[in-house]
Design a protein. Structure first.
Length: 403
């Protein structure tokens, strides 16, 4: 029997719906609605770069234009509806997923202990009792509160003194939790004072967590290879994801399907048997233009985004300025079910100005009057969100498409 094929257009629409980017963005972007957005996505990656807005804030703003950063802070430090930990990077995660992160706590403890010993080359483990006792007695601490008399081995941000390393390790192991962030700096408290008791006592069987992680990743991707399922949360191993796919396929709960890429090539993936019904009923994407964060869930897997949308994207933060093709921190632009270009811009809040340096359209995309009007409307929204009241365009900002 031939493997069924999902067209590129249907695949893109299903993908955008599972990533919360279809249709008009409803909802107040706070409280239970905001928690629901995060649960729908699975997690939201955190990042400190703030050229226009921080990554997590722009991710949520793209889905809820009424969202404001304080709303996320309240979910974490008042409502305890989310917790902060690691997926493939630091992220905020729905609190109801916390029991499954205990597998990651255990695996991180085993994996990081020897790695961090070799990396930092100091006895950070000797600081565990001191750190835990101090937090228990005096309350939450941030890294600047500890190790003030300790010497780092270098000046890089990755060179941590022993107490900072101990704080991070105890967080990754689950002893500590992030109680709040102040000026984006984590403040750690005992997990028993941050996490609800029922979340703390519930310990799923490891296989239950593996099953949950693979199934929930597939729900949020729509279709995936076993490797993509493993990478989604970075919670299970590739071998565990392969075994799960084989078991689910044998029981008829998964099928293989060929996903048509933007270039016409096929990518064999796993999906649930109703994938074609899901794709047929996926909402039509809105025609509005949206500015996406470089860390948006729809773009996190760069190769997957390139296959689906024909959009090659690499962040150039760590590329020397002279070697950058576009810019330090360039934002992709989504219109309907197409990624239509990338824009280099920065908020100058003291002046109240969002400055656009350059926009590079994708091949075949023309910025005529209608599209420019939609772009200006989105930039006005982004400017207000970032604390600015006007948008300025540099001379020659609309560039030729890059080869």
């Amino acid at each position: 029997m031939a493997t069924p094929t999902l067209s590129n257009a249907r695949a893109r629409r299903l993908f955008l719906q599972t990533h919360g980017l279809s249709g008009l963005p409803p909802g107040p972007g706070k409280g239970a609605d905001l928690a629901g957005v995060i649960a729908h996505l699975g997690f939201v990656q955190l990042d400190s770069i703030n050229t226009v807005a921080r990554a997590h804030d722009l991710i949520l703003f793209a889905r809820r234009p009424s969202y404001r950063p304080r709303n996320l802070e309240l979910l974490l430090d008042r409502d305890r509806a989310i917790f902060e930990h690691w997926t493939h990077d630091a992220s905020v995660i729905p609190m109801q997923f916390y029991p499954h992160w205990k597998l990651k706590f255990a695996r991180d403890a085993d994996r990081l202990r020897d790695r961090w010993k070799a990396w930092q080359r100091h006895g950070f483990e000797g600081k565990f009792d001191e750190i835990l006792t101090r937090i228990r007695d005096t309350g939450p601490l941030c890294s600047s509160d500890v190790g003030t008399d300790e010497v780092k081995k270098g000046d890089g941000w990755w060179d941590w003194h022993p107490s900072k390393t101990a704080l991070e390790f105890l967080w990754r192991r689950g002893d500590l939790a992030v109680a709040r962030r102040v000026a984006f700096q984590k403040h750690y408290d005992l997990s028993t004072r941050v996490i609800a008791p029922d979340m703390l006592v519930h310990l799923p069987d490891p296989q239950d967590t593996i099953n949950w992680a693979c199934a929930e990743a597939l729900s949020r991707l729509g279709f995936a290879t076993s490797g993509e399922l493993a990478a989604f949360w970075d919670l299970v191993t590739p071998a565990e994801a392969r075994a799960w796919c084989a078991s689910e396929q044998a029981s008829g709960k998964l099928i293989e399907v060929d996903i048509t890429s933007a270039d016409g090539s096929l990518r064999r993936s796993f999906a649930r048997p109703d994938i074609f019904d899901q794709a047929a009923t996926a909402a039509d994407p809105t025609g509005r233009i949206r500015v996406l964060s470089p860390f948006d869930p729809a773009l996190r897997d760069r190769k997957r985004a390139e296959r689906l949308f024909g959009f090659f994207y690499r962040i150039e933060v760590f590329t020397p300025a002279a070697k950058r093709q576009y810019g330090y921190y360039v934002f992709p632009l989504l219109e309907g079910d197409r990624l239509i270009g990338r824009i280099d811009m920065k908020s100058h809040r003291a002046e109240g100005t969002l400055r656009v340096t350059a926009l590079w359209p994708e091949p075949g995309v023309r910025f005529g009057k209608g599209r420019l009007t939609r772009l200006e409307a989105e930039l006005d929204r982004v400017a207000r969100f970032s604390g600015c009241d006007r948008v300025e365009f540099a001379d020659g900002w609309l560039r030729e498409t890059q080869p």
